[in-house]
Ligand binder design. Structure first.
Ligand SMILES: NC(=O)c1ccc[n+]([C@@H]2O[C@H](COP(=O)([O-])OP(=O)(O)OC[C@H]3O[C@@H](n4cnc5c(N)ncnc54)[C@H](O)[C@@H]3O)[C@@H](O)[C@H]2O)c1
Length: 395
């Protein structure tokens, strides 16, 4: 466990946000009254983003991530800058003695991951690989059933998603695979995290097929992958981001927010995008997509597509309020606690510091997930499977 974790006080965790774009708008609602963490400030190199942040949150805001990281009243920095900058900004935070929560993907290559992990270790701070679907209660519950051995060992995991990822306004770098753009870099970590977590983490080999079927966008818009775990279990992943069909139609109209949505019916009514957007267009559409305030009582469980787990003596999938367990005795529903958004990451870091333990998922988990995503793209180029070398087990 990093040295700073043991030193850290039991008071509120003071968190700064580096990068005040669309991702930050999903993180910021997690801050509220009576939480064990508090918003300490922000940083963005765009004056407009800084002005909005200062007006909305009345917290210090800086033009560079380095200035935010240098603050004495910041304990941790949530990195939500573009993928190519995660390494630079995470290392800057670590050097300043700040714990790190990093958006997915952890980085754009494994060398960057190694440098981020080394910086956190050297400076005695925690590195939490954030924005992971494995924090969602039903995914944790599936893992618990598997780990309990109640229905035997895992034999197959199927993970399917279909959404409009490529039909939401994107900046040019987000559509450039060389800069960490495209569907595999950006959404792959979610499916890979889910199946690695449920299946125990240790992927042995990866065969992937990716595609660029939208002629207007020269980056991955779909992928399929076959992942084989140590011990023989297999996971098949399928993701389509062209915006013709919303997988929420298969999951009681529940998507990532956990509220009933009508997105699926809207996909077809929108004018299709044919090129990159600017940051104003992107932010405006992201704001429109933010679900209107709804009572928490209307919240069910969040879904990231369909996840179906087959074990030797039964199967598991998500239900609207938890998980369904199918055995020879029939179907049983196991309800799960509710909770949402990015509060899980903040609580995990806060609790790990208070308890003097390491976080999960950490940098080595994030690196292992990126290794699989990179292998999906590499395997697609030459049709050969890739053997994994950096996998770590799920706890
Ligand atoms: N778009 C989404 O829905 C979404 C959701 C969750 C996570 N993410 C992840 O969050 C990260 C950011 O994605 P995004 O969609 O919010 O991008 P974005 O472009 O909307 O936001 C990035 C922000 O970082 C700022 N920035 C760029 N360079 C900077 C620098 N050198 N110093 C300080 N600020 C800088 C930009 O001005 C911008 O406001 C990515 O890693 C992405 O994978 C995105």
């Amino acid at each position: 466990m990093p040295e700073a974790a043991a030193r850290s006080p039991g008071r509120q965790l003071r968190v700064g946000i580096a990068g005040l774009g669309v991702a930050s708008s999903q993180v910021l609602p997690a801050f509220g009254k009576d939480k064990p963490y508090v918003l300490a400030g922000g940083a963005d190199n765009r004056a407009e983003a800084r002005a909005v942040f200062a007006k909305t949150y009345n917290r210090p805001v800086f033009a560079s991530v380095a200035e935010l990281c240098a603050r004495d009243d910041v304990d941790a920095v949530w990195i939500s800058t573009p993928n190519t900058l995660h390494a630079e900004h995470a290392i800057c935070a670590a050097r300043n003695g700040k714990h790190v929560i990093c958006e997915k993907p952890m980085a754009v290559n494994l060398r960057q991951c190694d440098r981020m992990i080394a910086a956190a270790a050297k400076h005695g701070v925690q590195f939490l690989q954030g924005h992971s679907k494995i924090y969602q209660a039903p995914i944790k519950a599936m893992r618990e059933v598997v780990a309990s051995g109640r229905i035997g060992r895992v034999i197959q995991i199927s993970a399917f998603n279909s959404n409009d990822w490529l039909q939401r306004p994107r900046l040019a770098p987000e559509l450039d695979t060389n800069l960490g753009g495209g569907l595999v870099y950006r959404q792959g970590p979610h499916l890979v995290d889910i199946v690695r977590f449920i299946g125990g983490g240790m992927i042995e080999s990866v065969r992937g097929v990716t595609g660029r079927a939208d002629p207007h966008f020269d980056t991955e818009g779909h992928f399929n992958a076959l992942l084989q775990f140590e011990g023989g279990a297999a996971a098949s992943l399928s993701f389509n981001g062209y915006g013709y069909f919303d997988a929420a139609e298969l999951t009681w109209d529940l998507g990532e927010s956990g509220f009933v949505q009508s997105e699926g019916r809207q996909f077809a009514q929108r004018e299709r995008l044919t090129g990159p957007a600017d940051i104003q267009q992107k932010a405006a559409v992201a704001q429109q997509r933010t679900p209107a305030a709804r009572p928490q009582s209307a919240r069910r469980q969040p879904f990231f597509g369909l996840t179906v787990v087959a074990c030797e003596r039964g199967m598991i999938r998500q239900s609207p309020d938890g998980i369904y367990l199918y055995t020879e005795d029939g179907r049983e529903e196991i309800p799960c606690s509710k909770g949402h958004g990015r509060e899980f990451e903040l609580l995990e870091l806060r609790d790990a510091l208070a308890q003097g333990r390491g976080v999960f998922p950490d940098g080595s988990w994030g690196k292992a997930t990126l290794e699989v995503c990179l292998a999906i793209m590499a395997s697609s180029k030459d049709g050969r499977a890739r053997r994994m070398r950096h996998q770590v087990p799920a706890p």
